[in-house]
Design a protein around this ligand. Structure first.
Ligand SMILES: *[C@@H]1O[C@H](CO)[C@@H](O)[C@H](O)[C@H]1NC(C)=O
Ligand SMILES: *[C@@H]1O[C@H](CO)[C@@H](O)[C@H](O)[C@H]1NC(C)=O
Length: 221
């Protein structure tokens, strides 16, 4: 009798788990190359499709990802995205790509999240210290790794993550993301450089800082 209950419970669990496992949405057609001029339309979701008769190979093509990004900036890194904005043929397909360049001695892709995409990164040159932090419910655990050429790391969708060049040479990574438009929220920029600025009382309490420190940080963005 007991084992019968167990079997029923097991079958129900297996049945239920088929509902909770996620899958990529179907694009519903072979392709839907986005168009950028939507003067006579309503923006609903994603992009409008180009007339399929007019679709050409170049709609699926993006050249020049061999070119390094310019890392002469405050953080010493540059992201070159190839999302649906740059490659219109990605529309509805659920993937995109980015090249990330890092200056030697500390080039940083600052802590950020992609609200709509998991990221899988492969190091092409150099040595990176990478990591992500799990959610509050999971205790904000930090998962880090030092990556060398050829190493791959994955950053789960929505979690705050970063990459730091700990080598003496420039570093390069390629990232694939599970969205045509993964979005990026850079934590420091969003909180201290928002437009208009967040009321300092919010940030002094949230970060346990003196008001003048918050004002200073806000002035830096
Ligand atoms: C890189 O960016 C810096 C700062 O904006 C600029 O001065 C420099 O000319 C740029 N270099 C190249 C090769 O574009
Ligand atoms: C589409 O429009 C966006 C926003 O105006 C622009 O940044 C992007 O370069 C355009 N993409 C193409 C492939 O023309």
């Amino acid at each position: 009798m007991k084992s019968a209950y167990f079997l029923v419970a097991f079958a129900l669990l297996a049945f239920a788990s088929s509902f909770v496992s996620a899958y990529d949405p179907s694009p519903l057609q072979d392709f839907c190359v986005a168009i950028n001029d939507t003067k006579n339309g309503v923006f609903v979701n994603g992009k409008f499709c180009k007339d399929r008769e007019l679709v050409v190979a170049n709609d699926f093509f993006f050249p020049g990802l061999d070119e390094p990004g310019n890392t002469s900036n405050a953080v010493g890194s540059a992201v070159t995205p190839v999302s649906v904005e740059q490659l219109l043929g990605l529309n509805t397909l659920g993937v995109s790509l980015a090249r990330i360049d890092f200056a030697p001695y500390g080039g940083l892709n600052a802590p950020h999240t992609h609200p709509r995409g998991t990221e899988i990164l492969v190091v092409q040159e150099g040595t990176l210290y990478v990591g992500f932090v799990s959610s509050n419910q999971d205790g904000n655990r930090l998962f880090t790794k030092v990556l060398n050429k050829g190493d791959v790391f994955v950053f789960p969708i929505g979690l705050i993550h970063f990459q730091l060049n700990i080598g003496k040479t420039p570093a390069v990574a390629l990232s694939a993301l599970s969205s045509q438009n993964p979005g990026t929220i850079t934590i420091a920029d969003a909180l201290f450089g928002s437009n208009p600025a967040i009321k300092p009382d919010v940030l002094t309490k949230a970060f346990m800082l003196e008001p003048n420190v918050v004002k200073y940080l806000q002035s830096r963005f």
